[in-house]
Design a binder for this molecule. Structure first.
Ligand code: UD1
Length: 366
């Protein structure tokens, strides 16, 4: 019998979990061909930022947990690299699979390629062309080191080609996160989160905000917060806050009106249910731009750029920048009935994991 292909799937931070789940499950279903091992770096460690997602997504406990925790970028990246190096030196892996653009993604790609273990990058080629964003550095470094690059949207293909990455490494497969959304949207529709929070369908706005460039500077955060307070006079804003943002709200002593409902981070199903029922979503997240496009919900992106242009080109994403006037203008237009009629980006059809599996079945370890 042929030896099974042994893959190390590396996850670490909240947005990784919903991307890894469908692929992990698909690989497990072909247990005669693949031997997937799930490693959690511990970059995110709070129950709400990590375990709650494993529970909602019915993922097993990770096979390996590194406990890297929070630190400066270099220290966190170094801890993860050291942990992954130990794991890779202790066993023979054929491939390391990394997801998205967080520090765990780049750290795993560097550690693996130094040991000559091939790397596959899921969500390759996205570019904001803004190197002040830590994720952009993670994307560029991970892509240049990867042997298999799985792109979610056409811009990813174009960017990789223009950076000189050879065609045979690149595969346009669609979006694993949307596989997860499609398989859990019915369950989310049955969630009682709106009742628990006393909200009515279509009568609230949902907010996420955690980019360092938006929340770490008191003046910038203050300006954005001012716009949000004005919007909340017209519609209740529900705000499950990232721990980084919660700390900043306390540190900068931001006023919290009753019309902004500050909550702890929510689980996957509850957050999906809130997106599905929202009149509009305001965000600076990457994934939320994609999920709202898949759901056809109007999304105001509080950023100057996006690495996910397909959500603006064919989806429901309003990329407005970070000026208070632009944020308010977009929100009031939506509240007055304007909307972007979105369509589904190509291959966001719930079958990205199947396409990746086909590539991995063909792919031979070296
Ligand atoms: C990380 C990703 C970002 C992603 C976000 C999603 C990087 C560079 N950034 O940002 O791309 O959009 O995750 O959530 O990888 N903290 C906790 N509990 C936790 C985790 C973090 O309290 O479980 C706090 C700590 O104070 C920590 C801070 O949040 O210092 C930032 O965490 P970190 O993982 O460094 O970056 P994120 O801002 O979460």
């Amino acid at each position: 019998m042929r030896r099974r292909k042994k893959f190390l799937l590396v996850v670490g931070a909240r947005p990784n979990f919903m991307k890894a789940m469908p692929l992990y499950r698909a690989l497990k279903s072909k247990f005669d061909i693949f031997d997937p091992v799930l490693l959690h770096t511990g970059q995110h460690y709070d129950y709400e930022m990590s375990k709650a997602f494993f529970e909602d997504l019915e993922l097993p406990e990770p096979d390996i947990y590194l406990n890297a925790g929070s630190d400066t970028h270099a220290r966190q990246t170094a801890k993860i690299m050291m942990g992954i190096e130990d794991v890779l030196m202790g066993d023979n892996y054929d491939l390391v699979i990394v997801f998205g653009d967080v520090n765990s993604t780049m750290a795993a790609a560097i550690a693996a390629s130094k040991l000559l273990v091939p790397v596959a990058h899921v969500e390759a080629g996205l570019r904001s062309f803004d190197r002040t964003m830590p994720e952009e550095i993670n994307r560029v470094v991970t892509d240049v080191l990867s042997d298999l690059l799985f792109a979610t949207e056409p811009s990813g293909l174009k960017n990789l080609k223009s950076e000189g990455i050879s065609d045979e490494k690149i595969h346009f497969v669609g979006n694993l996160m949307i596989d997860t959304l499609i398989s859990y949207r019915e369950k989310a529709a049955r969630s009682d989160v709106l009742d628990r929070l006393g909200l009515k369908l279509g009568e609230y706005a949902l907010l996420t905000l955690h980019r360092p460039s938006n929340v770490d500077n008191p003046q910038k955060f203050g300006e954005i917060w001012g716009a949000l307070m004005e919007i909340s006079e017209k519609i209740t804003i529900v705000f499950p806050a990232h721990p980084r943002t919660k700390k900043r709200i306390e540190e900068f002593e931001m006023p919290i009106p009753h019309s902004i409902r500050l909550l702890p981070p929510l689980s996957y199903i509850d957050f999906l249910a809130l997106q599905m029922g929202a009149r509009l979503v305001l965000t600076d997240s990457g994934g939320v731009q994609e999920e709202t496009t898949a759901l056809g919900v109007q999304c105001i992106t509080i950023r100057e750029n996006t690495e996910r242009p397909i959500t603006v080109e064919v989806g429901t994403n309003w990329l407005v920048g970070t000026s208070p006037d632009a944020i308010k203008d977009a929100a009031f237009r939506i509240l007055n009935g304007e909307s972007k009629t979105g369509s589904q980006p190509p291959m966001w059809d719930g079958h990205a994991a199947d396409r990746i599996l086909e590539v991995l079945e063909e792919w031979e370890p070296y």
